[in-house]
Design a protein around this ligand. Sequence first.
Ligand SMILES: Cc1cc2nc3c(=O)[nH]c(=O)nc-3n(C[C@H](O)[C@H](O)[C@H](O)COP(=O)(O)OP(=O)(O)OC[C@H]3O[C@@H](n4cnc5c(N)ncnc54)[C@H](O)[C@@H]3O)c2cc1C
Ligand code: SF4
Length: 324
Amino acid sequence: MSLLPDLLTVRPGTLAEAVSALGQSGAQALGGGTDLLPNLRRGLGLPSALVDLTALPGLDGIAVAADGTLRIGALATLQAIATDAAVRGGWPALAAAASLVAGPTHRVAATLGGNLCQDTRCVFYNQSEWWRSGNGYCLKYMGDKCHVVVKSDRCYATYHGDVAPALMVMDAQLEIAGTGGTRRLPVAQLFQEDGAKRLTLAAGEMLVAVHVPPSGAWRAQYTKVRIREAVDFPLAGVAAALHREGDRIVGLRLAITGTNSAPLMVPLDALQGAAWDDAAATQLVQAVRKTCNVLATTIASVKYRRRVLLAVARQVVDDLWRAA
Ligand SMILES: Cc1cc2nc3c(=O)[nH]c(=O)nc-3n(C[C@H](O)[C@H](O)[C@H](O)COP(=O)(O)OP(=O)(O)OC[C@H]3O[C@@H](n4cnc5c(N)ncnc54)[C@H](O)[C@@H]3O)c2cc1C
Ligand code: SF4
């Protein structure tokens, strides 16, 4: 890997300064740097300025409000989230998802905001400059064609974040700051299915916090499958939340990651009010199959990733049903 190019870095001390700096053409936010800096060292992008958010006061807090809502600042590290007593007690699947990201040395630096906003990945993209120049640049960066879906005019690079699907099934909302003030957005709406334009944030906008409602009668679980258990992106990941009453599903939400250019909610309307039995499990697996779009963007085979995804989706709901 080569050295980082010379980059202008600014380190704002207030939110207003941060959004103003991010509003400059080509500027990019820097959290823990565990995703962005390796990419920049590979020549993947050349921001006009890096806006280092880590000096912003009060954005790393984790607190439960009087109404039971959990608020986690965008600069909270994944290690802090994974070990926080309130998160582990009230939202254990969120703590688990954070604890499963990368390895321990990443998690002490990696931030929640950076985890959600991480770049999409592809075997033709996450390569050194000399590899990409030798094999041909692609349309995600510097080139004009896709090597995965050859006749496509969009990028299919895959989103591999672990925390987003857990937040999505918990119905969490983002707090976003921009030059016009702050706004709220459901986590799922941060993403769009385009590997080259993965986020819906406008220029100058940044994540400030995540708000997670109390779990109430819902139980959630996040399970990922990866090649190296000690440090790896999910080759498929499934989060689910279940509200069970007796032999009936009162509510079931399921989100997938590692398969598409965005983490996606799987539509499960037909299962609301049903019993969890073989017929329901078959319907769930069909819905997951319809939603996922596994392509040759990783070194693991497409067939293997799809089969693992479908098996894990059923297993997660089986586990939740038994535990509820
Ligand atoms: C070997 C290795 C293994 C990894 N394994 C995993 C894994 O298993 N699961 C996983 O999810 N990730 C994994 N990652 C990716 C990465 O380490 C994590 O996603 C990490 O949480 C990123 O957080 P960060 O603060 O370091 O982000 P950064 O690298 O600082 O930023 C990532 C992106 O988010 C943007 N950004 C940062 N903060 C904000 C904000 N507040 N508002 C708006 N945009 C923002 C940046 O501009 C950049 O585009 C891995 C990385 C490596 C190198
Ligand atoms: S999916 Fe296609 S365009 Fe996107 S990174 Fe891979 S090769 Fe490039």
